[in-house]
Write a protein that binds this ligand. Structure first.
Ligand SMILES: C[S@@+](CC[C@H](N)C(=O)[O-])C[C@H]1O[C@@H](n2cnc3c(N)ncnc32)[C@H](O)[C@@H]1O
Length: 235
């Protein structure tokens, strides 16, 4: 029996990979990288490509549709689990790579559930990664929390009511997946007087990184999927 690892590769900068992640990726026989759109490159795979030996290692790019259709999702995840399990049972070491950390809002969590239920004989080892939140705070030089402060992380897809109550009850609010509700979030920040503590970070750790701290500049920007906001009560 081989081994199965879920490896967090950090937000996109190869220097933000841990030494453990690099060692496991160099030694693995098989690398599995998720993509949501087959026309786009896998950010996780591009981050680690320089550590791989594609002549020796099998690299599988597996598509996970970005959909709320549970049947389609389950089908994609069961397919990934089956191809990983067959290789591990054949004695090969498999590394499933995810951006940021594998247990932080990551689609790997579905895979972990399937492994626990359908392949309990295969142990899963998780290698933590630097999350986009930590990397963004570092690039923006923004503290996440200090002293008695409370911090909440909320995917904007949870809806405007939840974002409003998060802002009312926490010194720091981290908003993931801001793209679909960007205009509404900016309007809420303005109405609640929180616009001056807002930082916007896109594609942190990549050549396309953008860090915006000025509200007017943030409002003029059109974000992509890999973007988040950190809203502080004070700088
Ligand atoms: C499904 S979550 C994945 C989180 C990831 N597991 C982590 O630890 O950072 C995707 C969301 O994370 C944020 N994100 C991930 N990578 C990012 C990056 N490089 N720059 C900015 N935000 C990022 C965005 O808000 C994006 O919509």
């Amino acid at each position: 029996m081989g081994r199965f690892y879920a490896v967090g590769v950090g937000p996109g900068d190869p220097e933000l990979l841990t030494r453990k992640a690099e060692r496991i990726l160099r030694d693995a026989d098989v690398i599995v990288a998720p993509v949501s759109n087959p026309a786009e490159a896998s950010v996780a795979l591009e981050t680690v490509r320089q550590f791989l030996d594609e002549a020796r290692q099998e690299v599988i790019v597996h598509q996970f549709p970005m959909t709320s259709d549970k049947t389609r999702l389950l089908f994609a995840w069961q397919g990934a689990a089956a191809l990983i399990a067959s290789r591990v049972e054949a004695g090969r070491n498999v590394a499933f790579i995810t951006i940021g950390d594998p247990l932080f809002y990551s689609t790997f969590i579905y895979l972990l559930r399937i492994f626990r239920e359908a392949y309990p004989q295969i142990p899963v080892e998780v290698v933590p990664g630097i999350s986009s939140v930590n990397a963004s705070a570092a690039e923006a030089l923004t503290p996440l929390a200090e002293g008695d402060e409370r911090m909440i992380v909320i995917p904007a897809t949870a809806g405007m009511d939840k974002i409003a109550s998060a802002l009312a009850g926490h010194e720091t609010v981290v908003l993931l997946k801001v793209k679909p509700l960007f205009a509404e979030i900016l309007e809420l920040l303005r109405r609640t007087g929180r616009e001056r503590g807002a930082v916007f970070v896109e594609r942190v750790g990549s050549g396309r990184q953008k860090v915006l701290t000025d509200y007017a500049e943030i409002a003029a920007h059109s974000p992509d999927y890999l973007s988040l906001m950190i809203v502080r009560c004070s700088p």
